[in-house]
Design a protein around this ligand. Structure first.
Ligand code: AMP
Length: 246
């Protein structure tokens, strides 16, 4: 009998990984569907909370910034188009990001719902997302608003170090790695994002206030926004997230 390539690949997966994936799917089977949006300025903690929410609710985590950075690194046509705006801390065009999200939502891992992190960032994107979801007969359940004062963000952003392949983040002062410059799990080198500088942060914050804050108003009118105190310590924010999602 012919073996599909997916089956052939499965044979190479270690049993312990297969078992934990089975266990995960079993635990996920009775979780309700959830469609969530995380809105907040750079450094407000969306990326820190996302993996926790993802595991708790069995959702896929779609971060447009991560997807765009991967496209830039791979020099795909999309990456080439996005690079200039990203380097300057400006938003890339709505059409580009809406296309990415439309495609990504088809992934099997998004079956139980999703966490959109960094999307929608304009009211046009929010309207396009609503249209996309309407076609599927579903809607956004909750928008988590990571509210925080601009003054706190510079220190958070300029001290941030990232392990690119896992997305794990560290901070020189608030969450240092065990060995400076190395990922705790793999030992691989950490990097600093090119746009995590005080100068580029200024434009990113401008874009946030001008183009993204109206997105919060858009969803507030629908009565689905939960406001978080994002200046608090990560664990306390997690508690607020859990309350917001009840
Ligand atoms: P982030 O990792 O979310 O801080 O995003 C990094 C950069 O990617 C932003 O400064 C924008 O240039 C671009 N970007 C990410 N998501 C979007 C979006 N939804 N709309 C427009 N540009 C985006």
């Amino acid at each position: 009998m012919a073996t599909s390539s997916a089956q052939a690949n499965m044979e190479d997966v270690p049993s312990v990984d297969l078992m934990s994936e089975l266990l995960r799917r079993f635990k996920c089977s009775d979780k309700p569907d959830k469609r969530l949006i995380l809105v907040g300025p750079p450094g407000s903690g969306k990326g820190t909370q996302s993996p926790i929410i993802k595991d708790d609710y069995c959702l896929c985590h779609l971060a447009t910034g991560d997807m765009l950075r991967a496209a830039v690194a791979a020099k795909t046509p999309l990456g080439v188009k996005a690079k200039e705006a990203m380097d300057k801390g400006e938003l890339v065009s709505d059409d580009l990001v809406v296309g990415i999200i439309d495609e990504a939502l088809k992934k099997p891992s998004c079956q139980k719902g999703f966490i959109l992190d960094g999307f929608p960032r304009t009211v046009v994107q929010a309207q396009k997302l609503d249209e996309m979801l309407e076609k599927k007969g579903v809607k956004v359940d909750k928008v988590l608003n990571f509210a925080i004062d601009d003054a706190i963000l510079e220190e958070r952003i300029t001290g941030r170090w990232i392990h690119p392949s896992s997305g794990r983040t560290y901070h020189t002062k608030f969450a240092p790695p065990k060995v400076p410059g190395s990922d705790d799990v793999t030992g691989e080198p950490l990097i600093q994002r090119k746009d995590d500088t005080a100068a580029v942060l200024k434009s990113r914050l401008e874009a946030f206030h001008k183009q993204t804050e109206p997105v919060i108003d858009y969803y507030s009118k629908k009565g689905i926004v939960a406001n978080l105190h994002a200046e608090k310590a990560p664990k306390e924010v997690t508690t607020e997230v859990q309350k917001g999602l009840q």
